[in-house]
Design a protein around this ligand. Structure first.
Ligand SMILES: [Zn+2]
Length: 275
């Protein structure tokens, strides 16, 4: 998966230190991130020395390199720099750069949306010691926001339920997924989403793995579960364009090495899902 960091360890504690010239810059403007096109056409993040910009904000360290956020609104960056859509770089940059961009994007959006206190409207300030914003006027504190999402692999013996989303850019086969609502457990989210989207009851939930999905500010939590009773699928057409049972030995989706969903489909195909 994307976060399996064979390229090193993510240090996401808030330990702001001044940037070094060789550190990387996550410069966002609207939906785009600034990249540097190298002679061999590969895209990497610009370094602090290349941009020589003020206003860098510490984000995290990855494999010994510091990553700093920068607002791209005022940045002049002629070729070989290029603005690219931050959320559609999976095939174009290395896994390391992709992970850094999606994680940086999550932080960038959180900082951008919390410049002002939601309670009283005053400007917030950063805490000295941890990743937290504080309102000097009313005392509110704001921690990073991470939205919980469950992914449900509904199984029935040697069959797996696969679906396709309705009206979204992503057209590949998917597992069912949905946000946890206030007041419910993750297990209740799984049962509710499966019932809402395909009209099925489930039992025997088994937690599998999780995945940070910074481009949407989410943490994904994958569960396998068994069909309980009637297998007749009834699609919620506002959410899905397709849903059907597929046999274990003929699943129409390959593991892409990035997503939890694809890994769960592969694991079921190999008969290695938690029982
Ligand atoms: Zn306030």
């Amino acid at each position: 998966m994307l976060q399996d960091l064979e390229f090193g360890r993510l240090e996401n504690e808030y330990r702001p230190v001044p940037p070094r010239d060789s550190d990387s810059v996550l410069c966002f403007r609207g939906p785009d991130v600034l990249l540097h096109r190298q002679a061999d056409d590969t895209l990497i993040l610009p370094t602090v020395a290349q941009l020589a910009a003020d206003g860098l904000r510490y984000a995290f360290r990855l494999h010994g390199t510091g990553y700093y956020l920068l607002s791209g609104e005022e940045i002049e960056a002629p070729a070989p720099f290029t603005w690219e859509r931050a959320r559609s770089l999976r095939q174009t940059v290395s896994k390391e750069v992709c992970f850094a961009i999606l994680t940086g994007w999550h932080l960038h959006v959180w900082y951008k949306n919390n410049r002002l206190c939601g309670g009283c409207g005053a400007e917030t300030v950063h805490d000295d010691r941890e990743r937290m914003l504080r309102c000097p006027a009313c005392g509110s504190v704001i921690f990073p926001r991470i939205n919980p999402v469950v992914i449900a692999a509904v199984t029935d013996g040697d069959r797996l339920l696969l679906s396709r989303y309705a009206g979204r850019g992503y057209t590949s086969y998917a597992l069912l997924a949905g946000y946890t609502e206030i007041g419910e457990t993750l297990e209740q989210t799984v049962a509710r989403e499966v019932m809402e989207e395909v009209g099925l009851r489930v039992k025997n939930l088994r937690y599998y793995k999780s995945q940070p999905w910074g481009v949407d500010g989410n943490i994904l939590m994958g569960f396998f579960c068994d069909l309980d009773g009637d297998d007749t699928i009834s699609i919620d057409e506002t959410e899905l364009s397709h849903a059907a049972w597929y046999p274990r030995n003929a699943l129409p989706a390959q593991d892409d090495g990035f997503s939890l969903t694809r890994e769960m489909i592969r694991v079921f195909g190999e008969g290695k899902e938690p029982k």
